[in-house]
Design a protein. Structure first.
Lengths: 406, 406
């Protein structure tokens, strides 16, 4: 039985992880949880999974959590009362919880960085859903991984697809997958993108794109921010950077392919010209499960993929004019160092401004480009974690300022 | 450097194997060859590869081969004169040639059975292109494989695709792939079929199908016999039986899917619902190379797969009314024992009759069904090699007789 610690248990990745743990009670045991502010859901999760420890990022909510747990009737109480922790230190304890075999990092944003590093330093295997870990902090995280031997198992569907296909190589030394070193026999990878909400829109039409338009995704049901990233193709640009660090590939060997049906989740191209692909319905549960069961495959009753039901799969080159964010991401990735951190933070802030209806859809890439351009002056090639966190703050501020100047 | 012995060096698989050996001179060394009657080509192959030994199936041609080699000018002569062998014993020596690391079995039909068994008994790894080895002789070959530890690497594109995807499992114990035992985590496989020359024909139109119609394949350039098998879908039926023995899967877990573009060469479905696929242009060279380079991947300059060039991939359920051979194959496979040998031989003879314009296209399944039906009387569950060879002869004879009665 595998013991799981879940960082961000009330978020999208966290709740799906716990659903899986519940579906396979003989395989997984939830030993530690951390959450943000959703105490009602957290209490239910504690009742169901009876973890050994629970942390709240916001320490001030601890007394309320304690009270809620104490007020439960005897029948409702969890089997064991968890140890309660709070603040950054509390998160770090959950991330490096002694009895945990796998830490699922579902915390969004730079807040996930420190606990993720704690897990790595404790040598834990990680189901990685926090994208800042590699995109912003790759230069800090990779050496730590090498030192501790902890392994990154990608929890998002594209990198999981690559990871699953790379298990497809007898030379797949698992450590290699998380240290950013090139994999022998691997020529490159093809990340598939649905093309997002505006796949069939012209550039002219994009000028009039509203928030509602941008937040309707054709295939995946996700948060608003990520759905906008999918419409700008920045999500794919960020995945390119993540893939660079995960699989040790040069940027010229990471390609993006528009595939409207989102059935092929990504592909690897081998040096002999053979291509391996992973397919499935668009559902995050499968990649999360694979992180949890790896290296085994569990038996699920989940809906089987029927390609005859899908009928056809299409493939198109992405239009770089229509999706400038894609090129911005490649450029930031190639620059390396702190530049991807600036890109990621600028994008988050620009998308927030768009969702607040303060800027137009086509302003998003402009604001990001401006931030990255400005960052060239303070760019650091080999940054510390503090440098990365400060660039993250700086880029958000720059975007807010630039928004006013628009 | 890997030393290769090639059985059937002047055939389609053999010549492609030698082309690959020539393309990668630092990887492969050809140490032994066997051929049928094409002495001119064989002499050229000997000049180019300078094997240690050469055998001719037809012993009576040995003096001529010897003379041709002796008559070569000094500049044309191979580096070393090969040892020359003939007949069944000669083939067996080539198949178990001491210095060979891998034996490529490109001999067509039951003639390939004995040398293939010699290779297995000598513990050689095999690049398997001779389909009788498993389809007809599976019950004899599997225990021999277990005994000797020799490994079957499938050289045809569909089984190679499955094999490549199954490397995609950390639990892929290679021995398991050749002993017919179930693979943990594997739910089933999906063999893709182009649908052949008559994919878009109605059953009524099939009544008027000519030899020319049946021998024009949309994607693969192959021999006439195999192209007809592709039009009846018997090729896929036979592959189902081969997959059963290769991957230890129950017939209910082997499915056929019509995929007109022949880009996805086959797929594996894992127990957690994930699907892995292998893709490439329709070209036999890749699966042959993979047998030769396995478990490594070589670097080739071959044309890269561009899915945007293909544009779309389609998938259809096969129509069992239109392709009765498919069901005949499943039935023979499930019966096991000598039944697949009867099916395979009856099919070969029926297709030969069709190519001779002695029967109609739609008579092919009728003749096969009749032979299999008759064979129920003499069916053997655990046959010897002699039993299999005698069933092979018997089924051909039955089809010839039944042809007269049509």
């Amino acid at each position: 039985m595998k013991a799981i610690s879940v960082l961000g248990s009330t978020g999208s990745i966290g709740t799906q992880t716990l659903e899986i743990a519940e579906e396979f009670p003989s395989q997984f045991r939830v030993v530690a949880l951390s959450a943000g502010r959703n105490l009602s859901l957290l209490v239910k999760q504690i009742q169901k999974h009876s973890p050994e420890a629970v942390a709240l990022a916001d320490e001030s909510l601890l007394p309320e959590l304690k009270e809620r747990l104490e007020n439960l009737s005897i029948q409702e109480k969890p089997k064991n009362m968890p140890r309660l922790l709070g603040g950054q230190d509390g998160l770090n304890v959950i991330a490096s919880w002694e009895h945990a075999d796998l830490v699922v990092t579902g915390i969004v944003g730079c807040a996930g960085l420190l606990p993720t590093l704690s897990a790595i330093r404790a040598g834990k295997d990680l189901a990685l859903a926090n994208k800042e870990t590699l995109i912003a902090a790759g230069p800090v995280v990779l050496p730590e991984l090498k030192r501790s031997g902890s392994r990154l198992l990608p929890a998002d569907s594209e990198h999981s697809a690559i990871f699953q296909c790379l298990q497809g190589t007898p030379w797949a030394d698992n450590a290699r997958l998380s240290t950013g070193e090139p994999t022998p026999g691997l020529r490159g990878i093809h990340l598939t993108a649905s093309g997002g909400a505006f796949r069939d829109w012209s550039i002219d039409e994009l000028k009039k794109a509203t928030v509602d338009d941008a937040t309707s995704h054709p295939n995946w049901s996700m948060g608003r921010k990520i759905t906008v990233d999918s419409a700008t193709l920045m999500n794919k640009g960020l995945e390119v950077i993540e893939a660079h660090y995960l699989f040790g590939l040069d940027y010229k060997h990471i390609e993006i392919l528009i595939h409207p049906q989102s059935i092929i989740h990504s592909m690897v191209e081998l040096t002999d010209s053979s291509v391996l692909a992973q397919l499935g319905w668009p559902d995050m549960k499968l990649p999360i499960l694979y992180c949890m069961s790896w290296p085994s495959r569990l038996e699920t009753p989940w809906r089987r993929l029927k390609l005859t039901e899908v009928g056809q799969l299409n493939f198109l080159e992405p239009n770089t004019k229509k999706y400038p964010c894609m090129e911005l991401a490649y450029a930031a990735g190639k620059a390396g160092g702190t530049m991807p951190a600036a890109l990621n933070a600028a994008n988050e802030e620009a998308v927030a401004q768009f969702l607040d209806e303060k800027i137009h859809f086509l302003d998003i890439p402009k604001l990001i480009e401006k931030a990255c351009e400005k960052h060239k002056q303070d760019y650091q090639e080999i940054p510390s974690l503090e440098d990365i966190l400060s660039v993250d703050n700086w880029a958000r501020e720059i975007v807010r300022e630039s928004t006013k100047e628009l």
